[in-house]
Design a protein around this ligand. Structure first.
Ligand SMILES: NC(=O)c1ccc[n+]([C@@H]2O[C@H](COP(=O)([O-])OP(=O)(O)OC[C@H]3O[C@@H](n4cnc5c(N)ncnc54)[C@H](OP(=O)(O)O)[C@@H]3O)[C@@H](O)[C@H]2O)c1
Length: 271
């Protein structure tokens, strides 16, 4: 899709990857509908973009039904006024690195709500008002393709988003709406706590800049690429994990002691 003059609804716009996507899309000539919980943060992003008046902010908590309903109303209103949204990017996300046994049921539910249910419900709403041709692009994770200790809930949510994207894209085949998936590996943003960053460094897990992810997102939109897994060797591990999961299990087993060490540090409050 040519992105010039397209209207893009971007969730998680105030985060590390969201800001980079916003900058790339604005530079490509798109107008942005920036969604996040903090009005102040969204306004700061909007005013940092070229031609700020072309973009709008919409504070909303995607785990709240009332806020999703407000988004739905606004989507319908824009559509009826001839200013409909062309692209929805479900990018908001959060995670907690910990053993499942140490997590509260509330935190598990919240993580699933934001990372899995919110993109599903946003996509469902978008079907009411998205322009045709239109695109829904869901941001996943390498952890959606590889189960990793300490991230059980996040892995299940992102794996769900991957299958959801695949199924909806097939369901909408021929409708004028594409559903795409982009899976970053570790990326340098505040999503990862200092402990997680230190662990990744020690384990030799590479990470990308948010700008690298944003460029892949924009390229995926332009080429309408069904799914993209960012980073080498992670994308190879995702494939191996599908065919020979025990190979990946053995590789992660070698990291297990360090992973447990860092989770214990978090739980002891020493870091
Ligand atoms: N960073 C990584 O290593 C990495 C790797 C793979 C995939 N990803 C995925 O990339 C996406 C962006 O992550 P990021 O690294 O940019 O994270 P981030 O910097 O922590 O940003 C998260 C964004 O989500 C928004 N958000 C959080 N809770 C929300 C809620 N309840 N309702 C609405 N918005 C909410 C935050 O805005 P407010 O707090 O202002 O609401 C913020 O804009 C996520 O889906 C993440 O899972 C990240």
């Amino acid at each position: 899709m040519d992105l010039n003059r397209k209207r893009v609804l971007l969730t998680g716009a105030s985060g590390g990857i969201g800001q980079a996507i916003a900058a790339e899309l604005a530079a490509a000539g798109a107008s942005l509908f920036l969604v996040g919980r903090s009005h102040e943060k969204l306004e700061a992003i909007r005013s940092s973009l070229p031609e700020p008046d072309r973009h709008v902010v919409f504070p909303a908590d995607l785990t709240r039904e009332a806020d999703l309903e407000r988004l739905n109303k606004e989507g319908n209103r824009l559509n009826q006024s001839g200013q409909g949204i062309d692209i929805v990017i479900n990018n908001a996300g959060a995670n907690e690195f910990n053993f499942l046994s140490r997590r509260s049921a509330v935190s598990v539910r919240q993580e699933l709500d934001l990372n899995l249910l919110a993109p599903i419900l946003m996509s469902q709403l978008a079907l009411n008002w998205l322009n045709r041709p239109g695109i829904i692009l869901n941001i996943g994770s390498a952890f959606g393709g590889i189960g990793y200790p300490g991230y059980t809930v996040y892995c299940s949510a992102k794996a769900g988003v991957y299958r959801f994207s695949e199924a909806l894209d097939r369901e909408l085949d021929g409708s004028g709406i594409r559903v795409l998936y982009v899976a970053p590996r570790a990326t340098d943003t505040d999503l990862n706590s200092p402990v997680v960053k230190q662990m990744n460094q020690e384990l030799g897990n590479r990470s990308d800049s948010p700008q690298t992810v944003a460029k892949v997102v924009v390229e995926s939109l332009r080429k309408e690429t069904t799914s993209r897994w960012i980073g080498w060797p992670e994308k190879l591990f995702v494939r191996i994990n599908q065919i020979f999961p025990t190979v990946v299990t053995q590789s992660i087993r070698r990291q297990q002691a360090r992973i447990h060490h860092f989770i214990e540090l978090i739980n002891s409050g020493k870091l």
